[in-house]
Design a protein around this ligand. Structure first.
Ligand SMILES: Cc1ncc(COP(=O)(O)O)c(C=O)c1O
Length: 369
């Protein structure tokens, strides 16, 4: 089995697993005053400091959540007071809360992208209170000009949120350099377990909680903290900082090799977002004339695990809204597949994967063309 679906989720890193298992022994509640509780509290403090350090933030600017979805919901629903502007290529965990706000009467502007998948700063409307544009797109890997967009948002008095779930561990993130006010992270996209993520909230900003309960996470996210998951997430940040440059170069070489091999062996295929800056691991390819869901099943039968993008589940294969926003037709978007490489991907896997893709696509086409 060759796994090329790292944008969906990553295996847990060996060091992270060790940290998690060790941390499970600290079972106290961080809110308890006794020794076990205080041990758990200091683990939370240490984890918070490491996650903060990973993105150039202060520890008190980190709010732990259950993952990227919750952090994005908190960012949209917790700050929205007036109208909003979000890009049309955001993840559903940004777009769906926006729909909810529209039902309540708030106005949501959707920022368009060009055909290379880049959100243009000049399309930002004036007078909005919150702008949300992702740092890296999950379907195409395209990196958005977030610092430029944040500056533009600030000139009209808006708060700027960036979903950095698909950027973390792939490119350096510094919240001050980016100039963002709020930023989302998810641990399971960076070789840590599922069930934890974080929202960076710049000092001085007030966010309304989604849930109500105890005073954990400064009441922004009540509920007993998972010290073990926080420790694992922090370790993943540490490992990512250490490995990022090396991983980036190695994975980029493999991704480029994969794309060159596939485009040489398969005619009429298009790499989406290829004209834009992209993270090193993602390759989104349209194979004209084929149904993406059937192709994914056939690739799986041949031993290759890939996805159609975030909107895809086996029961519900929708064309990617990201590709539609970039100008693809419904048919083109439906015939697109996302390949995402990661730390454990090897050169021999890439050679084999490109052969599997070429054989599968060419034999499927031979039956219909
Ligand atoms: C860009 C982006 N944002 C948010 C999420 C949601 O993160 P989580 O799976 O941690 O809820 C995902 C997951 O695919 C994503 O790709």
């Amino acid at each position: 089995m060759i796994y090329l679906d790292y944008n969906a989720s990553t295996p847990v890193d060996r060091e992270v697993k060790k940290e998690l298992i060790c941390a499970l022994d600290t079972y106290g509640n961080p809110s308890s005053l006794h020794e076990q509780g205080q041990k758990a509290r200091s683990m939370m403090d240490e984890a918070r400091a490491k996650v903060a350090d990973f993105i150039g933030a202060f520890p008190d600017e980190i709010v732990f959540t259950s993952g990227g979805t919750e952090a994005n919901n908190l960012a949209v629903l917790g700050f929205a007071g007036g109208s909003l502007a979000v890009s049309s290529i955001e993840h559903s965990s940004v777009l769906k809360p926006c729909n909810q706000l529209t039902v309540k009467g708030l106005i949501v502007h959707y920022l368009q992208t060009d055909e290379t998948g880049i959100v243009k700063p000049h399309t930002m409307p004036k007078g909005v209170s919150l702008v949300s544009v992702m740092l890296t797109n999950n379907d195409t890997g395209v990196i958005q000009p977030v610092s430029e967009l944040a500056e533009k948002a600030h000139t009209s008095g808006a708060i700027f949120h960036a979903d950095a779930v698909q950027a973390a561990g792939k490119i350096k993130i510094d919240v001050r350099e980016l100039g963002v006010d709020v930023l989302t992270l998810s641990a399971h996209k960076m070789y840590a377990p599922k069930g934890i993520g974080a929202l960076f909230v710049r000092r001085g900003l007030k966010v309304s909680p989604l849930m109500h309960g105890g005073s954990q996470e400064k009441t922004i996210r009540p509920g007993t903290e998972s010290t073990a998951l926080a420790a694992a997430f922090a370790k993943a940040c540490e490992v990512a900082s250490r490995r990022m440059d090396e991983d980036e170069k190695r994975i980029r070489r493999l991704r480029d090799m994969f794309e060159a091999a596939v485009t040489a062996k398969v005619r009429e295929c298009k790499i989406n977002g290829a004209g834009s800056p992209r993270v090193s691991n993602t390759s989104n390819i349209t194979f004209s004339g084929l149904k993406g869901d059937t192709l994914i099943i056939n690739l799986d039968l041949a031993g290759l695990c890939v996805s159609g993008g975030s909107a895809c589940s086996s029961a519900d294969f929708k064309p990617s809204h990201v590709l539609l926003a970039m100008g693809s037709s419904e048919d083109e978007a439906r015939s697109s597949v996302r390949f995402s490489l990661g730390r454990d991907t090897t050169e021999s896997e890439i050679i084999l994967a490109s052969e599997i893709v070429a054989d599968t696509v060419n034999s499927m086409r031979a039956k219909i063309w």
